[in-house]
Ligand binder design. Structure first.
Ligand code: HAM
Length: 435
């Protein structure tokens, strides 16, 4: 019986795994530039963390969580996102008890949502994100948005659009919710079952609805911007103008409400323009400000702001923009031409690796032609050929597998010469990459 992967999951290997690793390395590099430290939290948490944190009215909690009872009859959930778990960790470990706020953490790891799989949408996916807690200022919001933008820029992703909105303060949201309730009261019986539920729990969530027929009604709903307090408007304007100062143009979008209940104030999303030949994968990332989340899960009254990118979506777009090859191979393919030499090469390979070369070798006697073919298939830079002749002369033959040039080098001098050759090879490759 063949066992299939679970729907909405995917295996990563070879070039694709390298591509993902490269995306993740770019994200971590940028987070380090902004001095974020890594945080790793468990994949499983108690279900009520997400119910309280992400929110009862969100689709995530209502329809998408992988929840089960463990053998101790506790309700456990595979995390649908990481922000709530990080807040829990900050409370558990009293990380807030420091004179040096804001806390600044970055993270990377799998999340699980029971969604309908489609382009860019999986049931297991990975997020990279950051959270900054304890600096309730528009400067922090702007910095987080700029960090996300720099990640996309560094990945060479073009035509990025940053959408921004403000969900306002408590008072603004209360007034807006009432206005929405009044407006939707006239239409709700014609709307989908989810909207009917949202109407009762949190009418703001109706704006997330993707049902085509409901869009017409939603289009004419009251706009958040008409209900924002003067302070909330000023805060948003400050964020927008700070970003403008560093050449990041953002688009103010009244309909951006984000699908998680913990947001207050500024929210944002990163999108790319539709490009020929590229699937529309939705938002590459998004985030926002949350004034009450830490407090709601038992921590002190500290505000936070953060963002998360979907690694799959970044990798998908990046794979179409980058010219880099992700087929990595060894620097050296060491070829022993007899069993005796192959056995001796065991320690030679060790010596080469200890000098920083990426080395692979053959374990069985095969013809020179067949070994060279293997070396090329493995994408090796050089073949290091060692036959009886080489052993007698105390040297090795080095073949550049791209140019096919071949030279002999003395064993005593091998490490020094190979280092130069590899460096020159890399320099040539880097030059070819520039166009
Ligand atoms: P989110 O918008 O739910 O926000 O998810 C962030 C990103 O994760 C999305 O923009 C998307 O790229 C990716 N993503 C979401 N669902 C899927 C899926 N089913 N398959 C593939 N990728 C997906 C959050 O999760 C917030 N925790 C972000 C945040 C951090 N806000 C403040 N701090």
């Amino acid at each position: 019986m063949e066992i299939y992967p679970v729907k909405g999951t995917h295996d990563l290997y070879d070039e694709e795994a390298n591509l993902y690793r490269s995306v993740e390395a770019h994200c971590i590099f940028l987070a380090n530039l902004f001095n974020y430290q890594e945080i790793r939290t468990p994949i499983i948490e108690h279900t009520n963390l997400f119910v309280r944190g992400v929110g009862e009215s969100s689709d995530i909690v209502n329809k998408e969580m992988y929840t089960f009872f463990d053998k101790g009859d506790r309700s456990i959930t595979l995390r649908p996102e990481l922000t709530a778990g990080i807040m829990r960790s900050i409370v558990t470990n009293k990380l807030y008890a420091t004179n040096d706020l804001p806390l600044k953490y970055y993270y990377l790891g799998p999340c699980f949502r029971y969604e309908r799989p489609q382009a860019g949408r999986y049931r297991q996916f990975s997020q990279f994100g950051v959270e900054a807690i304890g600096a309730p200022t528009y400067l922090q919001d702007a910095e987080v948005i700029s960090l996300g933008y720099r990640i996309l820029y560094m990945l060479g992703i073009q035509n990025v659009k940053v959408y921004i909105n403000s969900l306002g303060d408590e008072e603004s949201r209360k007034n807006y919710r009432e206005a929405l309730k009044k407006y939707f009261a006239k239409h709700i019986d014609k709307m989908c079952a989810d909207c009917k539920r949202r109407y009762e729990v949190n009418p703001l969530r109706i704006l997330d609805c993707k049902v085509e027929e409901d869009q017409q009604i939603i289009k004419n709903a009251p706009k958040m911007s008409d209900y924002l307090s003067t302070e909330a408007k000023m805060y948003l304007n400050n964020v927008v103008s700070l970003l403008k100062e560093i050449d990041i143009e953002v688009i103010q979008d009244d309909n951006l409400v984000r699908g998680l209940d913990y947001y207050t104030g500024v929210v944002f999303e990163y999108h790319v323009d539709k490009v020929e030949g590229l699937d529309n994968v939705g938002a590459l990332g998004g985030g926002g400000h949350y004034a009450n989340l830490l407090k709601e899960i038992g921590g002190p009254d500290l505000e936070g702001v953060g963002l998360a990118f979907g690694i799959e979506r970044l990798a998908y777009v990046y794979s179409h923009t980058t010219k880099e090859s992700f087929k990595y191979g060894p620097d050296l393919y060491v070829m022993g031409m007899s069993q005796e030499i192959i056995d001796k090469n065991f320690s030679l390979c060790e010596l080469l690796r200890s000098n920083g070369f990426v080395v692979e070798t053959n374990y069985e006697v095969r013809s020179m032609k067949s070994l060279l073919k293997t070396a090329v298939r493995k994408n090796a830079k050089f073949a290091l050929i060692i036959g009886e002749d080489e052993v007698l002369k105390g040297q090795v033959t080095v073949k550049n597998l791209k140019s096919q040039e071949q030279t002999s080098i003395k064993l005593d001098d091998m490490v020094r010469v190979l280092t130069t050759m590899i460096n020159e090879y890399r320099a040539d490759e880097a030059q070819e990459g520039e166009f």
